[in-house]
Design a protein around this ligand. Structure first.
Ligand code: DGL
Length: 285
């Protein structure tokens, strides 16, 4: 995929802390079937959702640097935690379009909520950052945002326990305060939560609108790349999905099938480049 392609024929780069960001790849594939996608899952260092802002920011820069060196035309930060803590830094340091998951999800929630009572669930680091609440208030200043960290959900999803009684119990417990607050809209602010939609539905009932941050991000990427004239043109073949992982690929391969559900190339192992000293603004193209 390297070489002298015009910019629009280059792949889109997507990264996440692990396997979960494949929910975003799946939505990108649905909306942009001809695009080549390079996915980086930082499986050696997952989870990001319990780590400090400085650590997540450094990891995110290393992930993005790897993708930039693969000559991608844009970078999609599929990880909600990395989007919450590192998006501004990535935008400053990389001379490529960089898209996160938070703003598109917040935009949709602010627009679709009837009463302006919006719940947000995510990892501890995402919720602690307040990034969703800030983004929602930018769109709808009078909205009431009720945010709850749900640290047990990622391991449950990775275990494949999407409908087990224990998962429903955990969801009931996490969602109870949001239901008491009478939210009418709930943002699924983590890569893994789209897989829990049926279970979340069981707990919230049909009256609460669910905002899937993977779906809203993919729609945003399609619209922005279209506006920038960066969508692949005249391509008749289906796009290729090439995953890279920082830990050994076996565990990833099994989980990837559940998250992605469309064909992809074999995952390849990669060592991430260390950030060059004096890693300055907008120097990577
Ligand atoms: N990808 C992360 C997110 O969306 C969840 C997993 C993790 O904690 O790294 O926030």
């Amino acid at each position: 995929m390297r070489g002298t392609h015009p910019l629009r024929q280059r792949p889109i780069g997507v990264f996440d802390s692990g396997v979960g960001g494949l929910t975003v790849v799946r939505q990108l594939r649905r909306l942009l079937p001809a695009e080549d996608l390079i996915y980086l899952g930082d499986t050696a260092r997952v989870p990001y959702g319990t780590k400090s802002p400085a650590t997540v920011e450094r990891f995110a820069c290393e992930d993005a640097l790897f993708l930039a060196r693969q000559q991608v035309k844009a970078i999609v930060v599929a990880c909600n935690t990395a989007s919450a803590l590192a998006l501004a830094t990535l935008e400053e340091k990389f001379a490529l379009p960089v898209f996160g998951v938070i703003a598109p999800g917040a935009h949709l929630a602010a627009k679709q909520s009837r009463l302006g009572r919006i719940g947000v669930i995510g990892t501890s680091s995402t919720i602690r950052s307040g990034a969703y609440a800030r983004a929602i208030h930018r769109e709808r200043a009078a909205a009431r945002v009720f945010a709850t960290a749900c640290p047990l959900l990622v391991p449950l999803v990775e275990e494949g326990w999407l409908h087990e009684p224990v998962t429903l119990d955990v969801l009931r417990r996490y969602l109870a305060p949001l239901q008491r607050a009478r939210i009418d809209t709930l943002v699924l602010g983590c890569t893994h939560y789209p897989l829990l939609k049926p279970a979340i539905r069981k707990v919230t009932g049909e009256d609460v609108r669910l905002i899937d941050s993977a779906q809203s991000c993919a729609a945003h990427v399609r619209d922005r790349l279209g506006a920038l004239e960066l969508l692949a043109k005249g391509r008749r073949r289906a796009g290729v999905i090439q995953p890279y992982v920082t830990d050994e690929p076996d565990r990833f391969r099994a989980a990837a099938r559940r998250f992605l559900r469309v064909p992809a190339r074999e995952p390849l192992h990669v060592e991430l480049p260390a950030l060059p000293s004096g890693f300055g603004p907008a120097q990577w193209k």
